[in-house]
Design a protein around this ligand. Sequence first.
Ligand code: NAD
Length: 260
Amino acid sequence: MDRMSAKVAIVTGGARGLGGAAASALAAEGASVVVADILTDAGQEKVDEITAAGGTARFALLDVRDADAWARVVDESIAAYGGIDVLVNNAGIALPRTIEDATLDEFKHVMDINLYGPFLGIQAVLPALIARGSGSIINVSSNSTEMIVPTTTYYAASKAALANLTKTTAVHVALKGYEIRSNSIHPGPHATAILEAPEVARMPHIQQMRETVPLGRFGRPEDFGSLVVFLASDESTYITASEFFIDGGLSRVSYTNARG
Ligand SMILES: NC(=O)c1ccc[n+]([C@@H]2O[C@H](COP(=O)([O-])OP(=O)(O)OC[C@H]3O[C@@H](n4cnc5c(N)ncnc54)[C@H](O)[C@@H]3O)[C@@H](O)[C@H]2O)c1
């Protein structure tokens, strides 16, 4: 299990959920992983879990909205592991509102975390990837860029913008001649805390989606971890500016929006 040996990866929101699964999967393939999160206890637990399994990881306190914190995490990561090869911009939140219920302050809050956070991360980490001579940026978007659900006013906008930030970054670094790739992952529903939050779990479309997924189940965090490893590794060096849907085929099926 050495598809990521000698590589260093920062995973935001790495304490739990999909980011936690990505951190574990990268470490299991030999990466040194920086688990970056606002949750200190859960983040340290993830590090302990990885270490107990024989992997290499450290926790970094990071609010993705904070440019100074990003600079510190980059410095700490380089000091600890000698460089950075992979950035997984995974931290994100969902705050369900329709356009009638939405407020500008809430919208800005979601954009701060889901879009401007990854922007700050790319800017902070890019010099380290350039110094390394290669690298992979993986931005966690959502299949909400394809599946329109009326309560995802903030979320779907943030994730669609992130998908295009991924591509402008990809084409820029490629044209500069850097061997740095940038791709987005678009998960459908996976069984994590974001989906189990009461506000989200009671949404009618969640149950409807569960019944509609062609592959017959919601995603497992390990499914997501496998895709992250592929995009982070040298197995995908000709892949950039691309969107990867991991949703059991859900976004390719037409379905009737719930009304109410
Ligand atoms: N779970 C799903 O079904 C699903 C579907 C589509 C997309 N996604 C996306 O996948 C990503 C991970 O989702 P998840 O389900 O694992 O969520 P989660 O809530 O389980 O985990 C999110 C992690 O991000 C961290 N985080 C939140 N705000 C942060 C901030 N400001 N700075 C640093 N860390 C912060 C949290 O502490 C947490 O550890 C998100 O971007 C989400 O939008 C998830």
